[in-house]
Write a protein that binds this ligand. Structure first.
Ligand code: ARG
Length: 439
């Protein structure tokens, strides 16, 4: 118990600081349940190979299930504590099993490698998390739908270049985000469908037949639960972290969507725009300025984009130029992976509740919708359809009209009628008032 999984060929003990430095247990404990699964499959292979008898097999299965439960509970209670010499979750589980069943535990690791375990564990983690995140995305999309139902038919200003462009329906605006999240959902779905979780690669090439592992995996996990494919190339399996890069790419795109939505909501809640009232429960005040209600949640979402992109770049860089097959550098993939997954999960959870609390400032929006320039394109269309002039000409006339209005500080009513006639004989104040207004 409390041992390392290696050491026979060493004369000296590891340097204390180095031993601490190379540990991954502080974060890879999150993979415990998947590592237990790997062990259960491996045990079945060992039994078939005659390495474990029935009693030993049963003892190990029982111990592993208990360890699984114990660790789950400890994690839930935030009380997980590993043995001092457990450098990673694989060693920790081995040590815990050994504590329960004694020497039989020595057989558990027969001809397998942590290189195979870790990639199995991480793929399983990615599979489950991609499913969880899809659920959260569905929930977020539902809250967006509810939000627009409350404000059916409401119009708002649509922007390009952050300049007033045209009037749009609030629901169309919100559904733009909904479409982004639908695409994120699809990407995650394809990711999980393509994910191939293998087992049996050993350190780089396994010792037991693919068939034995496949049968064991089917038996332990069941065909339906696992996007399982027979191992094709074991060297690739232990070298591969593409699936993490892929998941983090998808999460980076999703994060960018959250960040853009956050940015819009921040802008629209300012007094300058004054279109949105943000839920107070997700805002904070200022220690100095008593009047402030700051959109901290949205700002933190926007800011997290730096971390999520950073995590992706971190793994891309760790993997760059690594010789085949496994290298210890790859241990460093876990913190960025967990970090991105956990940030996204939190954000999606809170964002759904945040959106429930958003209110539109209808009076202020309707007032802003009176801005005549928002209907400039409608006037162009009127010239094209009713006066039968070319779009280019009409565009030019309305451009000039806008210039004249700007000279009058935006007041179209102050433009002298002969100037209007100068632009087009049919252009007068009545037409402007009829066309350039909200319907
Ligand atoms: N902690 C290691 C990792 O995360 C597990 C695999 C270790 N393999 C080894 N040969 N040291 O990558």
């Amino acid at each position: 118990m409390n041992k390392k999984l290696w050491g026979g060929r060493f004369k000296k003990k590891p340097d204390t600081d180095f031993f601490k430095f190379q540990k991954s247990i502080n974060y890879d404990y999150k993979l415990a349940q998947y590592d237990v699964l790997h062990s259960l499959i491996h045990i079945d292979v060992l039994k078939k190979a005659g390495i474990l008898n029935k009693t030993e097999t049963n003892k190990l299965i029982k111990a592993l299930n208990e360890v699984d439960e114990e660790i789950k509970q400890e994690i839930n209670k935030k009380k997980f504590k590993a043995f001092k010499n457990s450098e990673d979750i694989h060693t920790e589980i081995q040590n815990r099993v050994e504590k329960k069943v004694g020497l039989v535990a020595y057989k558990l690791h027969t001809l397998r490698s942590r290189n195979d375990q870790i990639v199995f564990d991480e793929k399983y983690y990615c599979l489950e998390k991609s499913l969880d995140i899809r659920e959260l995305l569905l929930n977020l999309r539902e809250t967006l739908v509810k939000l627009v139902k409350h404000h059916k038919g409401q119009k708002i200003i649509g922007y390009t270049h952050t300049q007033r462009a045209q009037v749009v329906l609030f629901q169309e605006y919100i559904f733009a985000f909904n479409h982004m999240f639908a695409k994120d959902y699809e990407r995650l779905q394809k990711f999980s469908e393509n994910l191939q979780i293998y087992i049996g690669a050993g350190a780089l090439i396994g010792f037991f037949s693919k068939k034995a592992y496949n049968e064991a995996a089917d038996k332990v996990i069941g065909k339906l639960e696992w996007k399982y494919k027979p191992l094709v190339n074991s060297l690739h399996n232990v070298s591969d972290r593409d699936f993490i890069i892929e998941l983090l790419s998808i999460l980076s795109i999703l994060q960018m969507h959250l960040s853009r939505m956050a940015e819009d909501f921040i802008l629209y809640s300012t007094k300058e725009f004054n279109f949105l009232d943000l839920p107070e429960e997700f805002c904070t005040g200022s220690s100095l300025l008593p009047h402030k209600k700051n959109p901290d949640f949205l700002e933190l979402v926007r800011g997290n984009t730096g971390r999520i992109y950073g995590n992706l770049v971190s793994i891309l860089t760790i993997m760059k130029g690594l010789p085949l097959t496994y290298n210890r550098d790859m241990q460093l993939d876990k913190e960025p992976l967990f970090s991105s997954v956990e940030i996204i999960e939190e954000e999606l959870k809170i964002m759904a509740r945040f959106i429930k609390g958003i209110d539109l400032k209808i009076e202020s929006i309707d007032n802003a919708l009176k801005d005549k320039t928002l209907y400039a394109t409608k006037l162009v269309k009127w010239f094209v359809m009713k006066q039968k002039i070319s779009f280019k000409k009409a565009h030019n006339i309305v451009g000039k009209l806008t210039m004249l209005a700007e000279e009058k500080k935006g007041d179209f009513a102050k433009i002298p009628s002969e100037k209007l006639k100068g632009l087009h004989p049919k252009l007068d104040e009545d037409i402007i008032n009829k066309i350039m207004r909200p319907k």
